[in-house]
Design a protein around this ligand. Sequence first.
Ligand code: FAD
Ligand code: DLZ
Length: 512
Amino acid sequence: MQPPELRLVLGDQCSASLSALEDLDPARDVVLMMEVQAECTYVPHHPQKIALILSAMRHFARALEARGVRVDYIRLDDPANTGSFSGEVARAVARHAPARIIATEPGEWRVLAEMESWEATLGLPVEIRDDTRFLADLAFFRRWSHGRKQLRVEFFYREMRRATGLLMQGDQPEGGEWNYDAENRKPLPKGMLPPAAPRFPPDAITQEVMALVAARFPAHFGRLEGFNWPVTAAEAKRALAAFIAERLPRFGDFQDALAEGEATLFHSLISTSLNIGLLLPGDVCAAVEAAYRAGQVPLNAAEGFIRQVLGWREYVRGLYWLKMPGYGATNALAAHRPLPEFFWKGDSGLRCMDAAITQTRDLAYAHHIQRLMVTGNFALLAGLDPLAVQEWYLAVYADAFEWVELPNTHGMALHADGGVMASKPYAASGAYLNRMGNHCARCRYDVKRAEGEGACPFNFLYWDFIARHAQDFAGNPRMAMPLSTLRKMAPAKLAALRSEAAKFLDTVSPLP
Ligand code: FAD
Ligand code: DLZ
């Protein structure tokens, strides 16, 4: 009898089309799936994220078994569990004596480094296959980036439209424009109620996992109750269909909105399903394009959504692998303040911040504008240490894996890569938050005030940030406007704003 091949499936690889499962021989091979402590604790993941992954893994193992595949499934509470991928792969090699190990490249550099050590430590061939679940392979991104001074997502996105033919008419973009972003910036009108996202009540498998997670990780930030994530491909498909029918038509208009009490607005909530492999980006984009072609959704919605999946998602992955290792270690704006306690408690007193943080605690989710323009903007303006902020984002969101979290946090939100990703920092004062949302109306701070009693911290922090980095941004034409306003500001006013900022920061985040 031929020795088996050991096929690995990691927690974010729950896809029937996974490259590690291609050419699998059910009569010979064994699939190894491992719940391990190290992956649950390398950052203190939100309990809903751990429950999502373990539940999706258990459901996926069952689906494989139903197809006649032999699955060696290691549970977190197995007394013999060594707690790490390397330990469990070594035990599995001893159990099955495989001819070789076949894996799909993981989504994080540290796991790839671990996998690459196995050939030497275990003494057998380890084949690490490309992750074919993306629309752009890494070689395509490398070729695209080669020789470019700036890696701007918009140009990558156009290449991807041409390469896939999505929303194209011949070689021209559908409707004549590549990008309808300018039509995607409306605040939510008073009284408009976005439709609720569908419910996915935890089944017996998820409930068992939730009990395990509650017992094992009681100190992790976040609530388990209210868990509502799709854990199978069928559930994820249902989530996508509901989004396309009910929320996508308005996704474009209100993509950048913020609204009190509205955690999800017209967003899709499909990032967890995409990132753990329950949905594939090509299928998602095709379904959205079909809804547009059938006249069910307007072009600004279809294009705005496809831009996120085909453009941003593929771009950040390409950038991550192009720049790793080391991408997350730069600190271009010399930001060193520790993460304020209120990132874990949601009690800053700033209504938009507290809403984003308490919602993150309850749902393991915040939409893009909350992540970028509320918590991310605060971290940028306050000069919070990128490593601490990156760890926070990686821990608290159910969809967070380093390949997608790191470029978004380090590059887009914090500008800590010195502009590799974004041509200017996403810095905004209270006026932006007030224009795009309604939190300010009931906030204890006054968004119209920049200094003095009750002034909105986003205002004085914004001007302190611009002044602090005036030299850094001097040559950047996209920063010309705030720098010009800064130059015209009366010195006494600027001094007052900066002193207000220093007082506030020394209270919430004193320098070590
Ligand atoms: P929608 O608004 O409905 O968008 C549709 C899909 O487009 C998303 O599901 C996602 O797959 C993709 N997408 C949209 N924007 C981005 C983007 N900037 N980068 C990559 N994909 C994108 N996304 C993650 O998947 N994991 C993360 O860990 C993550 N961390 C982030 C951290 C920061 C600081 C910021 C600013 C953004 C981060 N994002 C992350 C991107 C984005 O905020 C989330 O993808 C989105 O909020 C998920 O919610 P949704 O599925 O409802 O998205
Ligand atoms: C995030 C995560 C968690 C919490 N637990 C597991 C696990 O027990 N077993 C597993 O295979 N994967 C888990 N994951 C996902 C991995 O961390 C992920 O595969 C790597 O970060 C690479 O993307």
